[in-house]
Write a protein that binds this ligand. Structure first.
Ligand code: HSE
Length: 403
């Protein structure tokens, strides 16, 4: 019998509880016949009406000091006290599994090192892509490859909002409220709409792919708050869609270029048809080519599905570390911004003649809004694009085009 605990009884924590109750036999079969039983739920709130209210505790030490508990799921979110709790648990020889991308992106290097030293596991399958298997495939199934590129829709909330704006003509605010009601959005939805959540996720994937810690603070991040319905209509007119993309490209020199930004995606790219709360991650390896991972990226049961799978894996590998880790290097691993060129979709009130004088060859898009020019540039570095845009009278919109 494996006794486990859950820290945090919010959307994901309650999903973990429900799955462990509902699929007990299935989990036991997967855990080599060992029964997985919940012993504690840590939460500062009262749950007096819960059918197993005796499982709840407000004291972290109940879990830390109980030798019977071998695996703990940290689904409380935020950095503190999640970091201190996780560190103490790993140091005491318990495995920890988490959906907390902020914690993994910030303290993952240290926590993985502690887990390795203690011969226990720190698993984080649910931290990227919700229910989509992506961490294990990156770590195990694609291990024969040098990863060349990752491009992913990594945030369910923003994808849901963009989809509702396009298909239902909903306002940004109404669509965000809807995503919050469905339990997709972060406690502070700015983390979703300003791209920080996607930034932490691409930092985790880039660290895993390169074996070197990618600091999410080094990743240029732009959210979807400037995207308008007219931008979306232009994209549709170009047989494309606008998606918030987490992007990382790995150079032969070991340097990593990474960015989070809304991008125009051509409809012949499968990422363009990923709608609603779904996430999709396209990984390009030097042997396998393109592989795409697709599924629900947020929400109670999809995310809890990945957390519970980690619990079972930790039960199966009790006292045996699976050696998932990346190193912190003194050297800057990030590539210079000039190492990557994108085409840009730009809207301006300038006439086409002036646009061509500044940008040279570009592709014009039929007007949706009167008295403006809309066009796609040749591939440019960010500095080149900014320099040219500064010569326009105004820039109504500028959105990168995914290559
Ligand atoms: N707020 C996140 C999202 C939750 O919308 O993708 C899953 O990490």
């Amino acid at each position: 019998m494996a006794k486990v605990a859950v820290m945090g009884y919010g959307t994901v924590g309650s999903g973990v509880y429900d799955i462990i109750k509902a699929n007990a036999d299935r989990l036991s079969r997967s855990a080599n016949g060992e029964k997985v039983e919940m012993k504690y739920i840590l939460d500062i709130r009262d749950f007096d009406d819960h059918p197993e209210k005796e499982l709840f505790t407000k004291d972290f030490n109940d879990i830390l000091n109980d030798d019977e508990v071998s695996v703990v799921a940290e689904v409380m979110g935020g950095l503190h006290p999640a970091y201190e709790f996780t560190k103490s648990l790993l140091e005491s020889g318990k495995s920890v599994v988490t959906s907390n991308k902020e914690l993994v992106a910030t303290y993952g290097t240290e926590l993985l090192e502690i887990a390795r030293g203690k011969n226990v596991n720190y698993f984080f399958e649910a931290s990227v892509g919700g229910g989509i298997p992506i961490i294990r495939p990156m770590h195990q199934c694609l291990t024969a490859n040098n990863i060349l590129k990752i491009a992913g829709i990594l945030n369910g909330t923003t994808n849901y909002i963009l989809d509702k704006m396009i298909t239902k003509g909903e306002t940004f605010e109404a669509a965000l409220k809807d995503a919050q009601d469905k339990g997709f959005a972060e406690r502070n939805p700015a983390a979703d709409v300003e791209g920080h959540d996607a930034c932490r996720k691409i930092a985790i994937l880039a660290s895993l792919a390169s074996g070197k810690m990618v600091d999410y603070n080094d990743i240029e991040t732009e959210g979807i708050t400037n995207i308008t319905l007219n931008d979306v209509k232009y994209a549709a007119a170009m047989d494309s869609a606008i998606k918030l993309i987490g992007y990382a490209q790995f150079g032969e020199d070991g340097k990593i270029y990474s960015i989070v930004s809304p991008m125009i995606i051509k409809n012949d790219n499968p990422l363009s048809s990923v709608d609603g709360v779904f996430n999709a991650i396209m990984v390009t390896g030097d042997c396998v080519g393109d592989v795409m991972f697709y599924g629900k990226g947020a929400g109670k049961l999809p995310t809890a599905s990945a957390v519970v799978a980690d619990i079972v894996d930790a039960v199966k590998h009790n006292e045996r570390s699976k050696k998932i880790f990346w190193e912190k290097t003194e050297k800057n691993v990030m590539a210079d911004k000039s190492s990557k060129k994108f085409s840009y979709f730009i809207r301006t009130s300038d006439l086409a003649e002036n646009v061509m004088k500044i940008f040279g060859k570009c592709e014009f898009v039929d007007n949706i809004v009167d008295n403006e020019s809309a066009f796609v540039t040749q591939p440019l570095t960010q500095a080149e694009a900014e320099e040219k845009m500064s010569k326009l009278t105004d820039v109504v919109a500028n959105i990168r085009v995914l290559d």
